[in-house]
Design a protein around this ligand. Structure first.
Ligand SMILES: Cc1nc(NNC(=O)[C@H](CC2CCCC2)CN(O)CO)c(F)c(N2CCN3CCOC[C@@H]3C2)n1
Ligand code: NI
Length: 186
């Protein structure tokens, strides 16, 4: 199971590389990687286990963040109401954003990153809606339309696969400025 010591931090070149495509069928190593990344998110979202293992909670985790430069990320976006199904839960492999809204969306609270220890205040303008194509661990291709919160999370993870970090998007002059008619997501 991954602990915070296993998370690569900003400054490690692996976070600024374009990750390599994953080939199918998945090697045992890649299957284990997918499982471990999703496990981290599940454990980190359990208050007791999160505390027990001193984790930072997460709704997404990309392979470069555990030192593996491969096009793979785990995403676990819980439903707003406790008992509901997650808004999105899957390990996205070789993801491609095939279309995106002109309209921006941004988390009202700004963003953080398990690989960035410092707080970087400011809005992170992303596309409010995306159509995402990816393969799951079985090699099955999915094409999903996402909006608001899950769309933001997936864009944050896909950025990691392209060597981009969230603060790269923050307006240097005015961090809390967002483009006109940006959807603010809480
Ligand atoms: C929004 C949020 N970001 C959390 N952390 N940061 C992350 O996930 C980073 C990725 C996210 C940062 C902004 C967009 C993607 C990790 N990243 O670096 C991966 O690349 C959270 F932990 C969190 N939630 C809300 C849901 N809650 C359910 C119960 O358990 C606690 C959990 C807390 N929401
Ligand atoms: Ni991140």
């Amino acid at each position: 199971m991954y602990l915070m010591k296993d998370i690569t931090r900003d400054g490690n070149p692996v976070l600024r590389k374009r990750a390599a495509e994953v080939s199918f069928p998945l090697s045992d190593e890649d299957q284990q990687l997918a499982k471990e990344m999703m496990k981290y998110l599940e454990v980190s979202q359990d208050p007791e286990l999160c505390e027990k293992y001193k984790l930072r909670a997460g709704v997404g985790l990309a392979a470069p963040q555990v030192g593996v430069s491969k096009q793979m990320a785990a995403v676990l976006v819980p439903s707003p109401d406790e008992d509901g199904e997650p808004l999105f839960k899957d390990v996205i492999i070789n993801p491609v954003i095939v279309s995106e809204s002109v309209q921006y969306g941004a988390l009202t609270e700004g963003e953080g990153c398990l690989s960035v220890d410092k707080d970087v205040p400011g809005y992170v303008p992303r596309h409010d809606r995306i159509t995402l194509r990816y393969q799951d661990v079985n090699g099955k291709t999915h094409k999903v339309r996402l909006k608001h919160y899950p769309a933001i999370v997936c864009q944050h993870e896909i950025d990691h696969l392209h060597g981009v970090l969230f603060y790269d998007h923050i307006n240097k002059e005015n961090p809390f400025e967002a483009p006109a008619d940006t959807v603010m997501i809480s």
